[in-house]
Design a protein around this ligand. Sequence first.
Ligand SMILES: Nc1ncnc2c1ncn2[C@@H]1O[C@H](COP(=O)(O)OP(=O)(O)O)[C@@H](O)[C@H]1O
Ligand SMILES: [Mg+2]
Length: 383
Amino acid sequence: MTDSNRAGNIIKQQSDYSAFIPNPLPPDPPVRMEDELVRLLSDADRALGKLDGTSLLLPDPELFVAMYIRKEALLSSQIEGTQASFIDLFENRNDPTIANHVRDVSNYIIAMEYGLERLKDLPLSLRLIREIHSKLLFNTRGYDRNPGEFRKSQNWIGPQGCTLQDATFIPPPPQEMLKAMNDLEIYMMTEDNLTPHLIKVGLIHAQFETIHPFLDGNGRMGRLLITFWLCHKEILHRPLLYLSYYFKQHRSDYYDLLMRIRQQGSWEEWLKFFLRGIEEVARSAVDTAKDIVTLKNKHEMIIRNNLSSSSALKLLDYLYTSPLTSVNNAADVLNISYPNANSLIKRFCDIGILSQADEAQRNRNFYLREYVRLLQIGTDPIR
Ligand SMILES: Nc1ncnc2c1ncn2[C@@H]1O[C@H](COP(=O)(O)OP(=O)(O)O)[C@@H](O)[C@H]1O
Ligand SMILES: [Mg+2]
């Protein structure tokens, strides 16, 4: 069944182009809770519950939170062109291009942490969305694109360099955009016991992407909204879901399904895709957590069996929060001399825990190889 007016209407504008004016949420006719959708919803709920439960059992939950936030930030930024790798996030490189890309990711982390903090005592409002957006784009390549402010001009979506005439999709003009955002705010703030939270956040994300209220950063802001919603509604007590992993893997489906909502009113198809993603990524996040705990135990055992230095376990703990180090850095962190740090790192290399990152460099960096390999799954930049 298709319903071309269910999500909104394409309306001809004065300056001779047509823009999409979305209908307010919820969809009308309402989301059809067919068997498959119900099943996917319950699978996703269960997987999220398990992920949330895992986070309570972890020996060092903050460690996972910090790493998973980095992973989500990186993946979400990569979807639209950020070219940093996981290891770049820990390295201080002089290359300005890499530094720019890394800044996208650090801002995403700052924006996420800021939003989560604010949401402890505020509802998810348009004002908060704008505040978070200003953190997201602060001092980045998008800095000239009105961070923290809704757009005052028409925008469009399509292949790079395309014009309004050959755009794939034209979001609402500024005035209608503001109205749509106000409607979205009301929808977000209205308590409604009938719509499951996961359905609601799936609708909100898609609607946000359709409205495209900013000149840049709409994809990232819309994905942040998902994390905020899950934490705000206490579905997750910590931001442990790196859903962008799934959006990145299925990027063309992600875009196609958003388009089909607009063109055919296919909310159900989008929701199925969205819920499948939540389930898949929640499971993968649980597995990653288990793998990390196992790996850390293994590393601790290797160290106990091979090294007597009291700094060794301290260095290991540090590496699990920041898996890349130089000798100088290790000496600082552990408060030991350069030669001692040097021989400790050499021992870590000998027993296979650390590996040298880049042979050519004078200022050699070493990284916790197996740990990084676990975390960086799926984070190769899209070239
Ligand atoms: N062809 C498309 N169809 C539907 N949505 C799209 C399409 N292309 C891009 N988008 C949406 O627009 C977002 C990019 O918008 P943009 O404002 O540049 O955000 P960001 O800078 O965070 O990537 C994508 O992440 C996606 O959500
Ligand atoms: Mg962009």
